[in-house]
Design a protein around this ligand. Sequence first.
Ligand SMILES: [Zn+2]
Ligand SMILES: [Zn+2]
Length: 398
Amino acid sequence: MPVGTQKDYYRTLGVDRNAKPDQVRKAYRRLARKFHPDVNPGNKSAEEKFKELSEAYEILSDEKKRKIYDQYGFYSDNIPPGGYGPAGGGSYGPPPTGSADGQGFDFSGFDFSNLGGEGQKTTGGGSFRDIFSQIFSRGGQSEPEHEERGSDIEHRMHLGFWDAIRGTQVRFSAARNEACATCNGSGASGGKSATCATCGGSGKTTRQVGSMKFSGTCPACNGSGRTKPRCPTCNGTGVTRRPETFEVRIPAGVDTGSRVRVPGKGNAGVNGAPPGDLYIVTEVETHPVFDRKGDNIYVKVPVTFTEAALGAKVEVPTIDGASTIKIPPGTQSGQKLRLRGKGAPSLRAAGVRGDEFVEVQVAVPRVADERTKEILRELARLNPDDPRKELKEKGAAK
Ligand SMILES: [Zn+2]
Ligand SMILES: [Zn+2]
């Protein structure tokens, strides 16, 4: 037997002789990623190794080639599937023509000859990485082992100001994908299988990328060559979409843009993978008095000119009800006073609350009677301070 073809493909891929097709594929993927020329630029031995892996995979991933290899210890396209020798005979003679002379391999699909040097990683227009990803990207969702967590669902919900502050129980309906109950998510019906339309029953598809040809397992039938008719309930998608009613507790303190997670209530996963989550995204209505910014609440409180000047105790609204606040003497308009712990409940920690900020707005009296005007003029004389002194100094043109 020619030396060049006596290779232990099983050993190359590190799988045993009874390895299932998907074990072979997984082993190849794992090793091919490790020895890929892109990962090992300029490394000749990695490149050699990668060629060997590809060669081994080419044979072991193909049911017919693997059978021939298992039988003869090597593979050649020239070996008829039934083997050499008289029909039905158990023995085989030498190959009829120079098939096993070292050129028996159809290696045309794996021409790596122009990938050797650094900076020479392109073939037929596509980068090696592109080609590589094309080998492994399998269109369609029909690969049985292909598991994918279900996607999350976002459900927008409008909430009143007080419901957001105090928390509330909400009931709503949202459409979500579930694994189809008829086919258990497989997408196939229980009917008779038919020849796969994608590969014509061969179980293999060939992909031409530039000058390279890759053959792989047919994604539509996963190499079996047969496909089952589509499940009529889900039309082959494996999922059904239907509305579901949820009852969810919205915690106290949500704000516009808060996301309340309902675990496991997103869309169903693919092939038994876990489902995604459902998120309630809240939109909280504004309040005419309480202006919320995060966990803090802002309230504008008008005070009289005399209250601001002399100081006073005034009643201010808070989300807990009215509260008394002390206005210090000489409080200016726009000054903010803090009421600690009177803000909205924090979602970050139980029992923690923001603050309320009271913005003082000095209301100027509208005076009509002469007596008041007189008093105010007297006041001006007693307090000749110019409030625009600083402004004049700093605002002066230079
Ligand atoms: Zn179905
Ligand atoms: Zn197929």
